[in-house]
Design a protein around this ligand. Structure first.
Ligand code: NDP
Length: 296
């Protein structure tokens, strides 16, 4: 058996086309959605993510600003920047790109963001609503994973889902979304992490495996059950001297091995990554729609 490849670029393209229509409808009402991204420091991967997000905004007619600050930026300055974006009527979505330099308390910054502009869905207000099944601004990567499954008619209802990784931005929220009593959810969810014993045994139970680990090829073919759905969130740079960049991107899953055994699999790149950006665009437009609604 070989797996069907889940084409994140294709699905993200369709989602972005719908977002573009919503942008046009908002513009007809006199509101141009706006997204501000704050980039602190010079992490090359973060710079790439921020420029991809700005490029997507441009494609869809969303106004965007990128605020670049040096790695030495003080917490107080970052807080002032976020406060001024909260007050800026041109901006409906704010994202502060992680990782942040060590002098900055990431949680404190998240708490300052106006929850109505929290398009990453990381503010405890939005996290709480998501847990209660009432989320409006859902975290982009987890929501993107669900949209991918929906597109390929992979219904998690009643299935065993194993999420490997328990970060606040991927592992925990994707587990929370999949356990909801709701369509495209209703799964039996297990969350594994670095302290889990017998990871292979846990993963082998899964009808759907979601890997959000940040370690290349942690999930191998021997660990998955035949016919499992494999969603690879990981983005890892591995050195490759033959590439012009000097590296190539790989996921957390041994793609070649799992491809032979899974029913569906996401590639890296081109799987979950494009969905994260598409859902960020969608959240920005949702925030602008809410703003337009409250204004009228
Ligand atoms: P974190 O580093 O915050 O979390 C990693 C998780 O993996 C932790 O819960 C950790 O456990 C667990 N873990 C680490 N090693 C092992 C192991 N050997 N066995 C089992 N579990 C392990 O990462 P993120 O969640 O932020 O990101 C994960 C990956 O996804 C990264 O590669 C990141 O670049 C990528 N990513 C991709 C996105 C996309 O759009 N495609 C978006 C966001 C992230 P513990 O909690 O015990 O430390």
């Amino acid at each position: 058996m070989t797996a069907q490849i889940i084409d994140g670029k294709l699905v993200a393209g369709e989602i972005k086309a719908k977002v573009k229509e919503r942008v046009e409808a908002l513009k007809a009402r006199g509101v141009t959605p706006g997204l501000a991204a704050v980039l602190v420091g010079d992490d090359p991967a973060s710079a790439t993510y921020v420029s991809s997000k700005a490029k997507a905004c441009e494609q869809l007619g969303i106004y965007s600003e990128v605020i670049r600050k040096p790695a030495t930026t003080a917490q107080s300055e970052l807080v002032d920047i976020v406060r001024s974006l909260n007050a800026n009527p041109k901006i409906h979505g704010i994202l502060v790109q992680s990782p942040l330099p060590k002098q900055i308390d990431e949680m404190a910054v998240t708490l300052i963001i106006d929850p109505r502009k929290d398009v990453d869905g990381f503010h405890p207000h939005n996290v709480g609503l998501m847990l209660m099944g009432r989320g409006h601004l859902l975290p982009c990567t987890p929501h993107g994973i669900i949209k991918l499954m929906e597109y390929y008619k992979i219904d998690p209802s009643g299935k065993e889902v194993v999420v490997v990784g328990r970060s606040n931005i991927v592992g925990k929220p994707v587990a929370a979304l999949l356990m909801q009593k709701a369509p495209m959810a209703n799964a039996t969810v297990t969350v594994a992490h670095s302290q889990s014993r017998n990871l292979a045994e846990i993963v082998r139970r899964a009808d759907i495996v979601i890997a959000a680990i940040g370690r290349p090829r942690t999930i191998t073919a021997e660990m998955i059950k035949p016919g499992a759905v494999v969603i690879d969130v990981g983005v890892n740079r591995v050195e490759e001297s033959t590439s012009t960049k000097g590296y190539r991107l790989v996921g957390d899953v041994d793609f070649a091995g799992c491809f032979e055994k899974a029913s569906y699999i996401t590639p890296v790149p081109g799987g979950v990554g494009p969905m994260t950006i598409a859902m960020l665009m969608s959240n920005t437009v949702s925030a602008a729609e809410e703003f337009a609604q409250n204004r009228s």
